[in-house]
Design a binder for this molecule. Sequence first.
Ligand SMILES: C[S@@+](CC[C@H](N)C(=O)[O-])C[C@H]1O[C@@H](n2cnc3c(N)ncnc32)[C@H](O)[C@@H]1O
Length: 193
Amino acid sequence: MDVLGIDANKYYGKEEALKYEKGSGMKKVQFEITSRAIELLGLKTGKVLDVGCGTGFSLEILKENRFEVSGVDVAEEMVKIAKSKGFEVKLGSMLDLDYSDEYFEGLISISAMQWINGNNVDEVIENYKKVASEMFRVLKNTGRGVIQFYPQSKGEFELWVKCFKFAGFKVETTVDEGASHQKGNKKFILLEK
Ligand SMILES: C[S@@+](CC[C@H](N)C(=O)[O-])C[C@H]1O[C@@H](n2cnc3c(N)ncnc32)[C@H](O)[C@@H]1O
């Protein structure tokens, strides 16, 4: 579970976590993406989990939209900042979610899943499958999810789609072209249990 050999918990140390939280434009971009994810989620109320919640930008918007929000993130310093804002956030990995079965009506994950990796192809597939089946497990029947992330290739995106289907989800995808953000197009995976 690393990118170029960097572990997310190590990468987002105190300095990087503060930089993320205070970085110019970061909050605005994440707000934009989350607002779109909420629109795509198509839920009005209920418990929603933010997977890879970071310092809590998406949790803020979810709360403004009257959802009961929880977050999970693997980086201690990111979790500290999210908790300092009063959010209910667990320190842990999306590979092994510390929530009971069928607990949430919805989940979102914004700009986090590109961190899931492995030392070889088999390990990558195994890890993607673990994340997908954990997401499936914690969602109630008829639960929904929206995933946005930055795949490095079309293959990476398609592999995630396959793994979500394998976990049991009905899956759709959508791409918003020409987003204002420098990373360009925004790819979303829509999940329905
Ligand atoms: C670019 S930040 C995005 C944070 C937040 N979703 C937002 O939109 O501002 C990516 C986050 O994914 C988290 N992350 C990486 N791997 C994770 C894992 N296995 N489980 C949970 N969170 C993870 C990182 O710690 C980091 O906080």
